[in-house]
Ligand binder design. Sequence first.
Ligand code: BG6
Ligand code: MG
Length: 217
Amino acid sequence: MNKKAFIFDLDGVIVDTAKYHFLAWQKLANQLGIHFTHEHNESLKGVSRVRSLEIILALGNVQATEAEKNKWLVQKNEEYLSYLVTMDEKELLPDVPRVLAFLKEHQQFIALGSASKNARPILEKTNILHYFDAIVDGNDVSNAKPDPEVFIRAAHLVGVSNANSIVFEDSVAGIQAANTAQMISVGIGDPLVLHEAQYNFKDFTSLEDAFLEKLIN
Ligand code: BG6
Ligand code: MG
């Protein structure tokens, strides 16, 4: 029996949380007098919380002390978490439950490879935690995507080689991380943005069971 590791990014792949990250960052940026748009937000996808703040501050040429930065990081996260209070399985992106269920039925390993430190509560609230054989998140890694550490650790936890691992990602940094690890990279989102991915799908509704079967065999 061929057991592969299917590694999922969280924000923007499993749940539609990218919009909440954007709103929370935008609120902070506005407060600091920094113009922050959806275009700017693209470069924050897959990027750690600390690095995201640095990018925003650089956009506005804002210098800050460590104490100020820490205060803003807490403020942003509290704002972000306020959007998650009422979160449930309705926030799962379309066809995510079908894909997870298909992989489980076919006895494949399912893992999470996310930069987020809020990953576990999100998996719990959306009622999909039980699908995951391994979880590697922002609390576990020291090198952020595009470094492949997060995916390599996930594959290692389920005892599967990189070559037998498949990564689903909505960020450029995440696709680069998967490619560097010599895993199969599947872009979920705009194929023009994610052109470095080996395969591209707009979302999971266009990713059929036959494609998953092909990856398994
Ligand atoms: C990534 C998101 O998954 O996690 C980023 O794409 C986010 O936008 C990062 O900044 C860190 O998430 P969190 O929940 O720890 O602030
Ligand atoms: Mg993402």
